[in-house]
Write a protein that binds this ligand. Structure first.
Ligand code: PAF
Length: 284
């Protein structure tokens, strides 16, 4: 696997490949890779001629009191895993390369209202930071296909919408969440859980499964369901952030008869905020 830290190197490496008609798959990450990321790389490997991954902890998407400083940085271990998974090129830029004019002076992408609810309400500016760095990475790599985990469901919708609205000529593929045997979604932030919190953390997934079951069973009293779900999370010793039943494409409260729904949740442990979601298809 080759490694590049400069935008110019990436372009020099990929331009001839693109011109030769080779299909470029791209997996953007913030590193600290786990099996969830490797599933994205495996999918890209299976579908593309050339696989590019990026490892960059993007300061623009972290709020002032969030975990940017302690976000795990494990570049050498990440590079070894990517090479093993068949990645061809790793782009791991420094801040000066991505934001040469500084963060305050950076032109930003303003996402739609999709970015204002759920995680966007709890983390103001987060999705503008994500959309901006993803737009830059797309312009640097110019992939044919980009792979994102559905664990970050709202991020996936925000990116898809940006691709559509800003006319990016690429396909966005969502890859299913990889889970621990007890249901906990893999996340770099799981490392921040104490052993006792780790034991109790599957309550988020279990609550989403319970909600999905209620919806499939015909219940439509969304507010009561969400309230009951929050109680389950609190009873397991976590502070619920949000729990929501929404339309799968709109992230808005479901309209009568809407069949494609998603249940999403976020909760706080002592030193981590965990998120998860489940798509739910309901009958009339
Ligand atoms: O999902 C992530 O790891 C990040 O939000 C992304 C897409 C790499 C942008 O920094």
């Amino acid at each position: 696997m080759e490694r590049a830290t400069r935008i110019e190197e990436v372009r020099r490496r990929l331009d001839p490949e693109r011109n030769a008609g080779r299909r470029i798959g791209f997996v953007p990450t913030m590193g600290n890779l786990h099996a969830g990321h490797l599933a994205l790389v495996a999918r890209a490997r299976a579908e593309c001629d050339l696989v590019v991954a990026s490892v960059y902890v993007n300061p623009l998407q972290f709020g002032a009191n969030e975990d940017f400083d302690r976000y795990p940085r494990t570049l050498e271990a990440d590079a070894a895993q990517l090479a093993e998974a068949g990645c061809d090129l790793l782009f791991c830029p420094r801040d000066e390369e991505m934001y040469p004019n500084g963060l305050a002076e950076q032109t930003r992408v303003v996402p739609t209202a999709l970015a204002e609810v759920l995680c966007g309400a709890s983390r103001p500016g987060h999705f503008a930071g994500v959309a901006t760095v993803v737009a830059k990475l797309f312009n640097i790599v110019r992939p044919h296909v980009a792979y994102f985990g559905t664990k970050d469901y709202q991020q996936l919708l925000v990116v898809r919408r940006m691709v559509e609205d800003l006319c990016y000529d690429l396909e966005v593929v969502g890859v299913p969440t990889v889970r621990e045997p007890d249901g906990l979604a893999l996340s770099s932030r799981n490392a921040f859980l104490t052993p006792d919190e780790r034991r109790r953390a599957p309550v988020l997934y279990q609550t989403l499964c319970w909600l999905a079951e209620q919806l499939r069973g015909g219940r439509r009293d969304f507010a009561a369901l969400e309230e009951e779900g929050r109680k389950r999370i609190a009873a397991a010793g976590f502070r619920p952030d949000y729990l929501a039943v929404v339309g799968a494409q709109t992230l808005a409260p479901p309209s009568p008869g809407e069949r494609e729904l998603v249940v999403l949740g976020a909760m706080y442990a002592q030193a981590a905020r965990l998120i998860d979601n489940l798509p739910v298809q309901v009958g009339d």
